[in-house]
Design a protein around this ligand. Structure first.
Ligand code: AMP
Length: 421
């Protein structure tokens, strides 16, 4: 019986060469934006300590309670990282980045893992890019994070997106707000979904996140966090909005946008796209002034966001085609016979050391098959080499774009291709 061929796990995808070019284009845009904003890349391990993620992301979140790919090895607890902020916060303290002075402005790009139910725009291995600004409590840092994300969206040509903004207060404002939520929901408890009933005692703000119909009607009438902000939070929020207005960045204030974790504070934001369907969030972020201390570091105000790269590519699909043209080799060598093939292998080495992109058919085959391959690869030039050419030293370089041919010696070929590359 034939063995069935292996496949990727559910929700995990190969990125094939024709898609890779789009990924490279997107990564290039992110890196270019980081250069303009003067943010620096940080690369952290894909495996983290499970306890870091539990503490950093929050025990009560879906990510930690249901979606972690975690395992133990000896005494150590490993988890495939589900997001990037906890790792960056860990690295900040581990490497004493605070002692480098000033504000640390970091960005990352990489795969994340969550055991969610896969659907369009939701995978188990997906990719995020994100930024973290560590060491500034100023509203300008929040606005820089937001403008970083919007710059990337604009550069990939995404025009249709919505920025929603809120303030989730600080510990003091949130205590007052949580009390108000408990007072409001308790008499309505029986009408809430089962999860929301649990959240009422554990973390009532997360009821606002509920997608369940029975909860949403009640949530619509619930008290608004914006009415419970103390002066510090309210001034901060007003300043963020004033700066965004000054930059003519459109946003809507959405008092139901909460990040239910206790270390989030003040600004929360999310960007969504109408081109995405059910999973419409492109990215989200906010301020997390308490996280680094919560993870055992020094109290450090911070703000950041993460954006889903698959979703960016889906939303920008049409634009991507323009963005990422298939790379083409400058020259495809077409050797005829063994002697020519031996010559061509050395020629490839010389061309590449000149920085010229050069290919050759690997399986010994006819001139026709080799020409076909050169066409398929969309080579700019072909160089057909047989015994005659090697004896005379006169090589025929064919420009595939306009079908013109020139007879050149090897040095001339290299010079011409260097210019064309
Ligand atoms: P989060 O870290 O949950 O705030 O997510 C930030 C962004 O990452 C979201 O807005 C999505 O664009 C993306 N994202 C989160 N989870 C997934 C997933 N399972 N598959 C694909 N993209 C995701």
């Amino acid at each position: 019986m034939a063995k069935s061929a292996f496949k990727t796990h559910h929700g995990m995808h190969d990125i094939l060469p024709e898609e890779s070019v789009q990924w490279q284009a997107l990564e290039q845009i992110i890196r270019e934006t980081a250069r303009l904003f003067h943010f620096h890349e940080i690369r952290t391990p894909i495996l983290e300590d499970t306890r870091l993620i539990a503490r950093g992301v929050g025990e009560l979140t879906d990510i930690v309670s249901k979606e972690m790919f975690a395992f133990n090895r000896g005494e150590d607890q490993y988890v495939l990282r589900p997001e990037g902020t906890a790792s960056v916060a860990r690295a900040f303290t581990q490497h004493h980045l605070d002692q480098r002075g000033g504000v640390q402005r970091l960005f990352y790009i990489g795969p994340m893992f969550r055991a969610e139910r896969p659907q369009k725009g939701r995978q188990r291995q997906f990719h995020q890019f994100g930024v973290e600004v560590l060491g500034s409590a100023e509203p300008i840092a929040d606005v820089e994070s937001i403008t970083f994300m919007l710059s990337v969206l604009q550069k990939i040509g995404l025009e249709r997106f919505t920025l929603r903004l809120n303030s989730v207060g600080d510990v003091e404002s949130r205590k007052a707000y949580k009390d108000a939520l408990i007072a409001y929901f308790t008499p309505l408890k029986e009408q809430l979904s089962e999860v929301s009933q649990q959240r009422l005692t554990q973390n009532p703000m997360r009821i606002l996140d509920s997608k369940k119909e029975e909860d949403q009607a009640l949530v619509a009438q619930a008290p608004r966090i914006t009415d419970y902000l103390n002066e510090d939070c309210s001034t901060h929020f007003e300043e963020v909005k004033r700066l965004l207005d000054g930059l003519e960045i459109a946003y809507t204030v959405d008092p139901l946008l909460v990040r239910g974790l206790d270390y989030y504070s003040k600004t929360a934001f999310e960007v969504s796209s109408p081109d995405l369907g059910a999973q419409d969030a492109l990215g989200g972020g906010g301020r997390y002034d308490l996280l680094i201390e919560e993870l055992g570091g020094k109290s450090t105000p911070a703000v950041g966001f993460a954006c889903g790269m698959e979703r960016l590519l889906i939303a920008a699909q049409e634009i991507n085609k323009r963005l990422a043209e298939e790379p083409r080799p400058t020259v495809s060598l077409i050797p005829l016979g063994d002697r020519a093939k031996n010559w061509a292998i050395k020629a490839l080495k010389e061309l590449r050391s000149d920085g010229i992109s050069a290919t050759m058919h690997y399986t010994g085959s006819s001139m026709k098959a080799q020409m076909k391959q050169a066409n398929r690869e969309n080579a700019h030039y072909t160089l057909i080499v047989g015994d005659n050419e090697l004896d005379s030293g006169a090589l025929t370089l064919r420009d595939m774009d306009n079908s013109s041919e020139s007879a050149l010696n090897w040095t001339e070929v290299r010079t011409k291709l260097s210019k064309a590359n």
